[in-house]
Design a binder for this molecule. Structure first.
Ligand code: APR
Length: 338
């Protein structure tokens, strides 16, 4: 999964590079800066001293001392002064220059904290938006695995209106799933009692020839009529929509490696988040999403928060996988992609 939001302490991340939200002196501080220097040990500070500081929006790279990664990329975020002093551009530059440094040093994975969202006072939902938008733009051009590491629950804020809307949709779906099951129970009781009263061999209307039971067909011709596989439907839809493979798997937050596996195996068995990631990338309406899930052996459930949140976005025609993953993360659900 090229972009993932995870809850963790960034000093524990086993990636090629972690990014430090430093200050212009690069001589350490509190927050994530302090945590990284404590975990790395004194050699990190010694290396930083030699760098002679760093401007806001820029980034520098050092070794990682005792940390479980190869590099630390030190970047200096803007202090929030209301948003009209170039803060968004400076913050975007922090992510961009850090990603560029990681790519130049042949990193395959990099982990970011939410830069400026702590002591520097950047509103968290806006800091998150800048982070996601800048990382997404970079991943359109480069292959890299990027983690956004959220250290504490309240430093992750989904827009409250969206959060409330999704929570209400979840409640309705749960309520409906419950009423459906009681309606379903009533229907089953009715049909069982009706079945007991009806003649044993009720004739089928001529218009609907009885499906040939498997027992009447040879196994060979039954297998010969096997349905289109998930992989076949995916490739057919990519062609029908005139998309390139790369455009599709990047929009699905799927790695090129995983896509190649799916493309080369007509019977590939994907995970449910992978199927839904492609349904989002292809902007499939709900019926086709259900069809694609069914080909992989899954179904959308109304008693599963993950399914309901994805259904919410499809039902509202919102196919931005990064936005959906922020919502899934906010509700402690697995993310879309693979
Ligand atoms: N792992 C991941 N994220 C963390 C960790 C950690 N161990 N510790 C804190 N964070 C998160 C905070 O919750 C916040 O969301 O990092 C984000 C950035 O907060 P700060 O560390 O305060 O960084 P910032 O807001 O950019 O301010 C930088 O603070 O520590 C000083 O020297 C630093 O002067 C600089 C300023």
């Amino acid at each position: 999964m090229p972009f993932e939001i995870v809850r963790n302490d960034i000093t524990k991340m086993k990636v090629d590079a972690i990014v430090n939200a430093a200050n212009r002196s690069l001589l350490g501080g509190g927050g994530v800066d302090g945590a990284i220097h404590r975990a790395a040990g004194p050699e990190l500070l010694a290396e930083c001293r030699a760098l002679g500081g760093c401007d806001t929006g820029d980034a520098r790279i050092t070794g990682a001392g005792r940390l479980p990664c190869r590099y630390v990329i030190h970047t200096v975020g803007p202090v929030w002064r209301g948003g009209a002093s170039g803060e968004p551009a400076a913050l975007a530059s922090c992510y961009r220059t850090s990603l560029r440094l990681a790519a130049e040093h042949r990193c395959e994975s990099v982990a970011f904290p939410l830069i400026s969202a702590g002591a520097y006072g950047y509103p968290r939902d806006q800091a998150l938006q800048v982070a996601v938008d800048t990382i997404r733009a970079f991943l359109q051009e480069q292959e890299l695995t990027v983690y956004l590491v959220i250290f504490d629950r309240d430093s992750f804020q989904l827009g409250s209106a969206l959060y409330r809307d999704i929570a209400a949709f979840i409640d309705d779906a749960y309520a409906q799933a419950h009423s459906d099951s009681s309606a379903e129970q009533r229907r089953r009781q009715l049909s069982e009692s009706a079945w007991q009263r009806a003649p044993l061999a009720a004739p089928r209307p001529a218009a609907m020839p009885a499906p040939q039971p498997f027992s009447d067909r040879s196994l060979l011709d039954a297998i010969g009529q096997i349905d289109e596989s998930f992989s076949q439907m995916l490739l057919r839809k990519i062609d029908e929509l005139g998309m390139t493979d790369a455009a599709c798997y990047k929009r699905a937050n799927i790695s090129r490696k995983l896509f190649s596996k799916i493309r080369s195996d007509v019977h590939y068995k994907p995970s449910k988040p992978t199927v839904l990631a492609f349904a989002i990338a292809l902007r499939l309406p709900l019926p086709e999403t259900r069809d694609m899930l069914q080909k992989a052996g899954f179904a959308l459930s109304r008693s599963n928060k993950f399914d309901i949140i994805v259904e919410y976005f499809i039902a509202h025609g919102r196919y931005d996988i990064f936005e959906i993953n922020e919502a899934l993360f906010a509700f402690d659900q697995p993310l879309l992609g693979g």
